[in-house]
Design a protein around this ligand. Sequence first.
Ligand SMILES: *[C@@H]1O[C@H](CO)[C@@H](O)[C@H](O)[C@H]1NC(C)=O
Ligand SMILES: *[C@@H]1O[C@H](CO)[C@@H](O)[C@H](O)[C@H]1NC(C)=O
Ligand SMILES: *[C@@H]1O[C@H](CO)[C@@H](O)[C@H](O)[C@H]1NC(C)=O
Length: 640
Amino acid sequence: MGQELLSFCPTEAKRLLWIVGMLFALILVLQHLELPYGSNLSSVLTAGQVPVEKNSSFRARDPSSTVNMVGNESVSNGLDDTATHPFHEIANNNKTSDLVSDGSGGSERTLEIDEDEDESGSLVKENATDITLSEERTEKGSNTTDPGGNENTGFPTTPPPAYPPVNPSLNTSPVVVETDVGAPIISVDSNVPLVEKDQTPSSEKTDKSEQLHSGLNETGKDSSVPRVPVVNKVPEVSTLEVYTISDMNKVLHHSWTSYHSMIPQWSSPADQEMQDAASQIENAPIIKNDPNLYAPLYRNLSMFKRSYELMESTLKVYVYREGQRPIMHTPVLKGIYASEGWFMKQLEDHKRFVTKDPQKAHLYYLPFSSRMLEERLYVQGSHSHKNLIEYLKNYLDMIAGKYPFWNRTGGADHFLVACHDWAPSETKKYMAKCIRALCNADMKEGFVFGKDASLPETYVQNSKNPLRDLGGNRPSKRSILAFFAGSMHGYVRPILLQHWENKDPDMKIFGRLPKSKGNKIYVRHMKSSKYCICAKGYEVNSPRVVEAIFYECVPVIISDNFVPPFFEVLKWESFAVFVLEKDIPNLKDILLSIPKKRYLQMQMRVKRVQQHFLWHARPEKYDIFHMILHSIWYNRLHRI
Ligand SMILES: *[C@@H]1O[C@H](CO)[C@@H](O)[C@H](O)[C@H]1NC(C)=O
Ligand SMILES: *[C@@H]1O[C@H](CO)[C@@H](O)[C@H](O)[C@H]1NC(C)=O
Ligand SMILES: *[C@@H]1O[C@H](CO)[C@@H](O)[C@H](O)[C@H]1NC(C)=O
C-alpha cells in the first residue's frame, strides 16, 4: 500500500511520511514530558520499532520495568542524568520530615540505639498517607524540572518485591553466599546472567538510547546538560536486577579496562605526575605480605601499597575557599552522616594533602555538607530537592566561572564527599563527572564503578572519643549466632523480622531496642554475636557495616546492589558475608553452613581490616580518612 502510494502519488506519500514522522516525534516528546503515559507509549514505540526496548535484554520483573530501565539507561549513559526516583525521594523526604519533626536533626540523640533510625515507627506511619498523596505531585513536579528522564512509573509506593513466602521450604532458589576461600557454600544462581553475557547488548543499548536522545534535542531539552568538554565512554550500563559481589567485581574490572579517559582542555604538570603514579602502580613491586597490611584483605596488596605510598608522597588537593557557611566548610562531627564532616575537617585541618596553589593540585575538593544542605534548604513537606540541586549548581557555576579548573576536565578531577541519603540524586546531574564519595552507594542510583567511591557510613556518638568501646569478645565468647536491631525502615527489615523475630533462640533479630545509656544493649549484642546483620534501611547503606567491624563481629550484608566501602581495593568476600534479599528465609542455614574454621578466619580478618574504618582525632596511617582519600585518588588514577 505504501509503496503503491509512493509510486503513484509521490507528493501525497511524502506528506504522509511527514505526518507519520511528526507523530513519532510528538510521541517521543510526550514520552519525555508525561510520566503517566510512559508505559503506554513505550509499547507504542515497540510496536513502531523504535529501537528502545526491543533489544533490552533486561530481565523484566514486571511490565513496567522496561520503562524503568529506559530511565536507568539515561542515567548511566551520562547523556541525561535527570532520571529521578520518585520512590526514593519520597521515602527520603519522609525520612527527613520525621527527622526534623523529631526535633533533633540526628546529631543530638546520642542515647538512641540506632541513629540510622532517626525516627520512630509511628511517625513513619503517619506520613505514609502523605507519601501516597504527594506522589503524583512529586512526579509531576519532576517532569517540569527534569525534562527527559523521568520514566520511573514502575516504582510502587509501597515496597513490593516478590519475596518468597514465609515457608523456607518453598523457596527453591539457590542461595548466594560469597566467600573467597571457603568455596561457595551454596551454589550461585545460574539463572542470573553474568555481566559479560550482557555486555554487547548494553553497549548497543547505549547507542540506541543516544539516538533516542539526539532525536529529542530539538526540543531544547538537552541544553540543561552541563558543560561536558570531551566525549568519554561510560563504563557500564546496569543490566542486572541484582548484582552479586562477583558481578560487581566484574563491573569494576570492566570499568578499569574499558574506560577511555577524556582529554583535558590543556594538560598540567599534575596530569603528568598522575600518569607517572599510575604506571608505577601498574608495575608495583610484588609484595607477599606486610606487617601492617594483611594480604588476603586486598584485591592486590602490591598495588594498594604502592598506590597508598604514592598518594602520601604526591597527592595535593585544592580546597575551594569559596562558599558560605554553614552549607560549605562546616563539618558535622556527630550522628550518622558524620563521615562527610570528619573527612572535611581532617582534610582542611591536616594540611598534609592540601595545596594553596590550585595549579599544583591533582584533585579539587568541593567542600559542602550534604547534611547541612538538607538541614538549611529543604522545605518541609515540599518533597522537592530542586532548590538543593539549584544551590549546588550555582556554586558550581561560580567555581567554573572564577577558576579555569572545572572546565578543563568537566569536573573529572573534582570530588565531593557526601553521606546524606539524597546526595546521589542531588549530585547526579551537574556533578555527574565528579568523583563522588557517597554513603548511599547504590548501583541502581547512578553509582559509577571506577569513578565514584563508596563512603563508609559511620555513626559517631562521641566526637571527642570516636574510639570509645572499640573491640568485642573473642570468638569463643560470642554466644549469639546473629544479631540485628533497628527500626522498620524500607522493605527489607520487615521481611527479616517476619522470618526471624522470636523464631529461634540463635537468631537475635529485633525491631528497635529500648533506649539505654550509651547504647549499651546494642553494643553488648554486637560484641557478643558471631554475625551482625546489616540489613538495608530506606537506602542501601547502613552504619551497621562499620559498627560490626568496630565491634569485631562478622558483617552479614543484606542490601542488594550496595557497593561496600573501599570496594576498589578491599576483597570484601574475604571478611564479610553477602546474602541476597531474596534469601532472607534461608539466613540461618546460610550462616550455619559456614564452617567454624572459615568463621574464625573471617573474624580474624575483620579485626585486621578494622584499622581502615576508624576515625582518629588526628589522622593516622591507613585509617578511614586516608582510605577515603585513597579511594578518590585511586579512582582518578584509573581515569588518567
Ligand atoms: C541535534 O543534535 C544533532 C547531533 O548532535 C545536531 O547536529 C543538531 O544541530 C542538534 N539540533 C539542535 C536543534 O540542537
Ligand atoms: C598485583 O599487581 C601487580 C602489578 O600490577 C601484578 O604484577 C600482580 O600479578 C598482581 N597480583 C595479583 C595477585 O593479582
Ligand atoms: C567555563 O564554562 C562555562 C560554561 O561554558 C562558562 O560560563 C565559564 O565562563 C567558563 N569558565 C571559564 C573560567 O572560562
